[in-house]
Ligand binder design. Structure first.
Ligand code: GLN
Length: 493
């Protein structure tokens, strides 16, 4: 089955004729036909016959001896906020306000995927404009967790994570502003990478918090993430924050014995932390020690400021970025009275959901004259200070270890009434965005009920290759990434 192979192995087999792209697509569409209606993964999807015909083109290229790319024939999903110009697909960013928006151009990451002959089959459900941690803020209904369909899949890239966890895609692209690639990956038992800010182009990603947003990849294991990242990464002249710095090289197989790991007290002693999640973190810490690594507990005082700093900055940037959705340029247009003001206000009132409106209002407030210095200006300074602290910390340590989320997947509806509780759950993930560092979520030991638990490793800026190689070496030992929701893969059991 295609689901048992790594992306590299699968592509190698497709290229050598051991497997055909059509059969891979067929297997993925079988999963989609059976499970998409309940799990609600895809926002827009290629009709089956179109997907199959595109797969056949790849097979024909191979049989006629033409060269194909590094992702030849692989079914890939992209988050609904990554622009794609395809007659069958649309971008709504999980929002009513965009209607069925068709992008006139492809995001750079989409171009890169297509250049390597990947087959992008659909756009995946997400929290509206990537604001949320459970995919419950989508205007198009919730996405369900394949491990237990009464639970959230995490968010905001919940659709993308579920597409990989349920075999409806082999690679998913998501966006991570404060954890949205890592946290759903953690809740769905798979692997999610948030690369160093600037290493993967944001051109064509609909902006939420531009200084925090980063496109990342979601795959079953770290080896696949590593492969996908090597294709997606690179400078882009179309994107002003795209980094020109060469990434540090890493050995093919990472050495675990010499690693120095920091385990912050605040991550493991937090009151909200689930004991089973902490047990899972400790298990990995012990395993690393057995390999010869040092794992040291440290209290990091600045961690108490990460949530307020993140939310002030993210809301401020969102309020500015979402100004463009005004009923003139994109999507729906509503009007109560014949005036321009009514066109703006009615469109925005009817088009945006509750959480997005809350954030726009709070963001506008923290940027308003009189309050700017007190909130936004201060958050910018705190962020700079945190970056210094983290740089210092990385003189003593190679990685920071922790959970991704303080708890495993929770019940649908459990936290929707309490936005603050939802924000506080981002305590472990937002630091990587604030400090622009790379971080990966890998599956750890599941809970007694068999629910996935994600563990996070955060590395130095531009050491993404090393982070990925280390995650891969850990997965070679733990093999937790091989677990999957049985019901969705009966052929494997
Ligand atoms: N949960 C965070 C938020 O709501 C992160 C979202 C994201 O990374 N897009 O802002």
């Amino acid at each position: 089955m295609p689901f048992d192979l790594s992306l590299v192995d699968l592509v190698t087999r497709i290229k050598s004729g051991g497997f055909c792209a059509e059969a891979v697509m067929d297997a993925v569409y079988l999963q989609i036909d059976q499970h998409n209606s309940l799990l609600n993964v895809y926002r827009s999807l290629l009709p089956r016959e179109i997907a199959i015909s595109r797969a056949r083109i790849i097979d024909e290229k191979i049989t006629s001896g033409k060269g194909v790319g590094k992702l030849a024939g692989l079914p890939v999903s992209i988050k609904d906020n990554i622009c794609i110009n395809d007659p069958y697909l649309s971008n709504a960013c999980g929002s009513q306000i965009l209607g069925e928006y068709h992008s006139p151009y492809n995001a750079t990451v989409v171009e890169k995927l297509l250049e390597e002959d990947a087959l992008i089959i659909g756009t995946t459900n997400m929290d509206e404009f990537a604001m949320g941690s459970s995919t419950e803020n989508s205007s198009f209904g919730v996405t369900r967790n394949p491990w237990n369909t009464e639970l959230v899949p995490g968010g905001s890239s919940g659709g993308g994570a579920v597409s990989v966890a349920s075999g409806m895609a082999l690679l998913a692209l998501g966006s991570d502003t404060g954890g949205s690639v890592r946290q759903p990956a953690s809740m769905c038992g798979i692997t999610g990478l948030k690369p160093t800010y600037g290493t993967v182009s944001r051109y064509g990603l609909v902006a939420y918090g531009s200084s925090l947003d980063q496109i990342g990849c979601i795959t079953r294991g770290a080896a696949d993430c590593r492969y996908a990242f090597s294709i997606l990464n690179g400078h882009d002249v179309n994107e002003s924050t795209s980094a020109k710095i060469e990434l540090s090289a890493a050995p093919e197989v990472a050495e675990l014995s010499s690693l120095r790991i920091c385990l912050p007290d605040e991550y493991v002693d937090a009151e909200s932390a689930d004991p089973e999640v902490i047990a899972s973190v400790n298990e990995l810490a012990e395993l690393l020690k057995k390999q010869g690594a040092t794992v040291e507990r440290r209290s990091l005082d600045f961690l108490k400021y990460v949530i307020p700093t993140y939310y002030v900055l993210a809301f401020a940037e969102a309020s500015s970025n979402l100004g463009r959705f005004d009923g003139i340029r994109y999507g729906i247009r509503k009007q109560e009275q014949p005036s321009l003001k009514s066109l703006y206000t009615t469109t925005r009132k009817k088009g945006f959901g509750e959480e997005v409106k809350r954030r726009i209002m709070l963001g506008t407030f923290v940027l308003s004259s009189g309050y700017y210095d007190q909130y936004y200006g201060r958050a910018v300074k705190v962020r700079a200070w945190m970056e210094e602290q983290v740089t210092l910390l990385f003189k003593d340590f190679d990685f920071i270890l922790g959970p991704v989320s303080p708890f495993p997947a929770f019940k649908l509806g459990e936290k929707t009434e309490d936005p603050l509780a939802m924000y506080l759950a981002d305590i472990c993930s937002v630091l990587a965005n604030l400090t622009r560092t790379p971080a990966i979520s890998i599956p750890g030991r599941p809970t007694m009920d068999g629910l996935p638990v994600g563990l996070q490793l955060m590395g130095r800026r531009f050491e993404d290759h090393r982070l990925l190689a280390t995650a891969e070496a850990i997965q070679e030992l733990t093999e937790y990434h091989l677990l999957r929701p049985e019901k969705y893969f009966p052929q494997n059991h």
